[in-house]
Design a protein around this ligand. Structure first.
Ligand code: ADP
Ligand code: MG
Length: 200
């Protein structure tokens, strides 16, 4: 299936609504092993994304991803703002001038986004971060899995952060006290992938 900017905009609008619906959950997760601002940070950023999309409609996937990336960097704050911002900026670069993304193109953009997150945050799978949800999801897509399967892989990846000690971000200051808690950023990454599956 080919995704043009309009379809990707639908993904971003759905993600904004999903973040709002899960704001309290993300806040609670971050209150347990961070500073309790992850839900509010993301809600602020994605509300701004929606406002910008009300005012202008990017014509290409690259333009959309760039708008989202810049907005998240400007409005989310914390560790997650620059990381999710980088995700979308790198996805936008990978989109090039294409008017629409086929399946392979979408996977290329998402993989470029993840590579950007890893480079910026210096995190690898197993560090108890958003990388733990994004990596299995994008791997699933890369090996021909559906978006629904990618969503389930992200969910499983996030769940698997619970027994880990965090090696990056604020939760790393807690040492073993982070054990037993799911990572908030991994959880918001599940929402990112699931909302893509819902948008189609
Ligand atoms: P802050 O920790 O600054 O309050 P947030 O609460 O918005 O920022 O985001 C926290 C989330 O960011 C973590 O749950 C984790 O998934 C992610 N994160 C933090 N540091 C890194 C990193 N170096 N690489 C990847 N993800 C990270
Ligand atoms: Mg926080």
């Amino acid at each position: 299936m080919a995704r043009d900017a309009a379809l990707l905009i639908a993904w971003m609008r759905r993600l904004a609504a999903t973040i709002r619906a899960h704001e309290a959950e993300l806040t609670a997760l971050d209150a347990a092993i961070g500073d309790g601002d992850h839900g509010a940070n993301l809600a602020r950023g994605f509300n701004k994304v929606e406002q910008k999309l009300d005012a202008e409609m990017p014509a290409t996937p690259a333009a959309l991803f760039r708008l989202v990336g810049m907005t998240l960097i400007g409005w989310v704050g914390g560790a997650a703002g620059p990381l999710y911002g980088t995700f979308f900026l790198e996805a936008g670069k990978a989109a090039g001038s294409a008017a629409e993304l086929d399946e392979a193109g979408l996977v290329r953009c998402l993989a470029a986004g993840l590579a950007g997150v890893k480079a910026r945050g210096k995190a690898e799978p197993g560090d108890k971060t958003m990388v733990d949800a994004l990596t299995p999801a994008i791997e699933a897509l890369g090996s021909g899995g559906s978006l629904a399967e990618a969503g389930r892989a992200a969910r499983a990846g996030a769940k698997a952060t619970a027994p880990l000690v965090a090696r990056k971000g604020r939760a790393s200051y807690l040492g073993e006290r982070a054990i037993g808690h799911v990572d908030p950023g991994a959880t918001s990454s599940v929402l990112l992938i699931e909302s893509l599956a819902e948008a189609g």
